[in-house]
Ligand binder design. Structure first.
Ligand code: TXA
Ligand code: MG
Length: 324
């Protein structure tokens, strides 16, 4: 079977057969399956090559569907859903007993999100249930932000991909855990802490000792194949020259404009525009056959927090000059 742009009807039929499909959202593309069907969810883990104890986000059509999946929905969770759904925000809540262990990784919690994408919302409304969907990349790879990325990742293994164009946000949703005493941001996203605190008051940030597993918290996640170093602009130029003198092929990812003579790509010095282009840029640089990627460290400002997080993970596990 060859891949083509699937229709909503084809996507629905595939989901009802227990298959996984490529789903556009405003953050990144998901690999979606019926969250109520454990066999279908296991297929998603197989396709991704992801450890089975990593929980998946359940995508739902709106706040009114929260109670079908969560047995306890604190006021703060309802307020956040009202304020930011559909949108790039995932809420971790205590799960209903019927939610398959395959979805929750066997935990007592479930992650819920209503994506802000017209095709995803149309599909969810027609489907009626929830869609368990991790990002549509193989485990540890970069997340896809276009239908072409999903096809490149899975080809015939996932024949049904809904093409919803380029993802507007470009990096994964902000995850807020509301299952404990204090709300906590488990994974930063472009929906920042300030706007969340404006709705529910103070939130903690970063992993707590007893917090649930989030694979987004593993280092060496979201990694290009080529080793990546994160450096301030001046150090980047010096490093590039030294590596080139050693005969290494270097590609740079810089803010604003590429300095003359430095091969690579530039992304806008604006956090929203940068996030939108980040994964596609890393994919393109990765495909250029370099020995080393050098990324300019963005400004140390809260608006760039989620981008720092993804760049740091992309660089984790890389050793300069390591690859040939
Ligand atoms: O923007 C997004 O969130 C995208 C799109 C497709 O919605 N999805 C995404 O899924 O990034 P994934 O599986 O790549 O990352 C989901 C994260 C993981 O870090 C997972 O561990 C965490 O959400 N997660 C899901 N359910 C959880 C739970 N019950 N407790 C703690 N973390 C959970
Ligand atoms: Mg992912």
């Amino acid at each position: 079977m060859t891949t083509h742009d699937a229709t909503i009807e084809e996507a629905l039929a595939a989901l009802r057969r227990g298959e996984a499909i490529g789903l556009p959202t405003e953050t990144v593309y998901g690999l979606a399956a019926d969250a109520g069907n454990p066999v279908a969810v296991r297929r998603v883990f197989d396709l991704k090559g992801r450890p089975a104890d990593h929980p998946l986000i359940v995508h739902i059509a709106g706040p009114e569907a929260m109670d079908a999946w969560a047995r306890e929905v604190p006021d703060g969770a309802r307020a956040l859903a009202r304020a930011f759904w559909p949108g790039p925000l995932t809420l971790i809540l205590r799960r209903q007993p019927h939610v398959p262990d395959e979805v929750t990784g066997g935990q007592d919690t479930v992650g819920l999100r209503c994506p802000d994408h017209p095709l995803a919302l149309e599909l969810l409304r027609a489907f009626g249930g929830g869609l368990a969907a991790p990002s549509a990349n193989r485990f540890g790879h970069l997340s896809p932000t276009s239908a072409a990325h999903v096809r490149a990742e899975f080809a015939e293994a996932v024949p049904v991909v809904l093409d919803g164009g380029e993802c507007r946000v470009g990096i994964e949703s902000t995850i807020v855990d509301l299952s404990g005493k204090t709300p906590r941001i488990l994974r930063p996203g472009m929906l920042g802490r300030e706007v969340i605190e404006a709705v529910i008051g103070p939130v903690a940030e970063g992993p707590a000792g007893d917090s649930p597993r989030a694979s987004g918290t593993l280092e060496a996640h979201y990694a290009p194949r080529t080793p990546l170093l994160l450096l301030p602009r001046e150090a980047l130029r010096v490093e590039a020259e030294q590596q080139q003198t050693l005969g290494k092929r270097v590609q740079a990812l810089v803010l604003d404009m590429l300095p003359e003579g430095l091969p690579g790509l530039a992304l806008p010095a604006d956090p929203a525009a940068y996030a939108h282009g980040l994964y596609a840029a890393l994919r393109e640089l990765d495909a250029r056959g370099a020995n080393l990627l050098l990324a300019e460290r963005p400004p140390a400002h809260p608006d760039w927090l989620a981008i720092h997080d993804r760049l740091r993970r992309s660089a984790a596990g890389s050793v300069a000059g390591d690859s040939t």
